[in-house]
Design a binder for this molecule. Structure first.
Ligand code: GDP
Length: 424
């Protein structure tokens, strides 16, 4: 049985916790897209961890954690994360890496940084982890798959060709130091040694796992609104954040993905530039940011304060729809317990007309939120285990959202720890 866990919003919905919870029943957990540019926060018996590249099954001895071919593989970062978790007493995670995953190189980070410098006040707010230059290279066919690290003669030749154009850009567009071919080759040889113990033929591995009926969990990063096709383009990430892409980025037959659990956050937060219709500002935003998540809404990778907003029915319904959601996990609901009244965005006003279907970017920029105000429950709901025991206004909030999303909410998360879960 193959399940996917993905986000409906901008990311940071709390996918890490839900994945960690479901990982216990999984044989294999797979990262299928993205890279080390975002983080999952996991709190368990070993402590609190911000994972960027390691799959969330890494705390579970019985789980094989796979870096799929769709991931931007930052080799030193992966090794660092493995060392960090073992240093904190976690048994060495069982990690395998697809030989077809492509390797993120030091110059990808540099190009990311140089391009944001060039754009200056028009920049996208990149995390500068090299993700956009990496995926550009992959689709321009000048990237390097993991297996290429083990073919030194071919590699030398290819490095020469790739650097021709890279160095022209560095010299004439960015006015930065050039890349030395020998130095890059040596770095890649070091990467080869570091990654060697983990590399597998992932296509055969997954084929056999599916045939044997193994439980496989696809772990998404970011959310629908950051997808390069369906997100708020161009304020998106550079690889697909959708469950459907799990088939490609992990090498699984599309029809094997039976459950798509979409994580939806009880209010909105976003990082980076781009339209955010239900955004709030000032003291109202500061308070939600301070109380949000676990210890405030600040980026797991960058530490940047996140932009805050009310729950957006239009964006979240669309976010669930493009994922092909079969059920929703509704998270961080406990955070809203301080509010007398809770505004939610139920429509967008664009040029005097109210719409309920999420539009493309120029219309989004013009959209004003149509808010509906729901009564708050004014209490701390952490520690509650049964749906019926939630305050009535809290249940009404959940049921209102469920109706708006048009998919069932089956999991409610009412606190950051693994135990703060209500099955509906
Ligand atoms: P991801 O990017 O979707 O994996 O998001 P994270 O896993 O980093 O979650 C964002 C933050 O929310 C983390 O600090 C989590 O510990 C926290 N978190 C997750 N679920 C809940 C919840 O139900 N309530 C509260 N208060 N915090 C939560």
């Amino acid at each position: 049985m193959v399940k996917a866990i993905v986000g409906a919003n901008w990311g940071d919905e709390g996918k890490g916790k839900i994945t960690d919870m479901l990982a216990a029943d999984s044989d294999i957990v797979i990262r299928f897209q993205g890279g080390a540019n975002a983080g999952h926060t996991i709190i368990n018996e070993y402590g609190k961890f911000a994972l960027h590249l390691l799959p969330s099954g890494s705390f579970n001895k019985n789980v094989t954690n796979m870096i799929g071919n769709g991931v931007a593989l930052d080799i030193p970062e992966l090794i660092k994360e493995i060392n960090d978790v073992t240093a904190k007493g976690v048994p060495k995670p069982n990690i395998v890496v697809s030989e077809r995953a492509q390797v993120l190189l030091p110059y990808h980070r540099l190009f990311d940084q140089y391009e944001e410098e060039r754009l200056s006040d028009r920049q996208f707010g990149s995390t500068k982890s090299g993700i956009a230059p990496f995926f550009s290279d992959k689709f321009s066919k000048i990237g390097f798959q993991v297996w290429e690290l083990f073919e030194p003669e071919r590699l030398k030749e290819k490095i020469k060709n790739v650097l021709e154009v890279k160095n022209l850009l560095l010299e004439h567009v960015y006015h930065k130091p050039l890349i030395d071919a020998d130095e890059l080759f040596n770095t890649m040889m070091e990467y080869a040694e570091m990654i060697k113990p983990y590399v597998i033929d992932s296509v055969t591995f997954i084929h056999n796992a599916v045939k044997e009926g193994k439980n496989i969990l696809l772990e998404g990063q970011l959310g629908s609104l950051k997808d390069p096709d369906f997100g708020i383009y161009p304020f998106t990430t550079s690889s697909s954040t959708l469950a459907g892409y799990g088939a490609v980025g992990a090498g699984i037959p599309p029809y094997e993905i039976k459950e798509i659990i979409t994580v939806v956050k009880a209010y909105s937060s976003a990082v980076g530039a781009g339209a955010f219709v239900s955004e709030i500002f000032g003291e109202e935003a500061d308070e939600l940011r301070r109380r949000g998540g676990d210890g405030g809404e600040f980026g797991a990778t960058t530490g940047r304060p996140r932009r805050m907003g009310w729950f957006d029915c239009v964006a979240s319904r669309y976010g669930c729809r493009v994922q092909g959601t079969t059920q929703v996990a509704f998270t961080v609901l406990d955070v809203l317990g301080y509010l007398d009244e809770i505004p939610v965005c139920v429509g967008y006003e664009v040029d005097g007309e109210v719409i309920r279907d999420f539009p493309t970017t120029a219309k989004l920029d013009k959209a004003k939120p149509v808010l509906k105000v729901l009564p708050g429950w004014k209490s701390d709901i952490r520690g509650i285990k049964k749906y019926e025991d939630l305050p009535e206004n809290c249940r009404k909030y959940i049921e209102f959202v469920e109706k708006e999303l048009e998919v069932p909410i089956k999991i409610v998360s009412n606190g950051p720890s693994k135990e703060d879960i209500i099955l509906k």
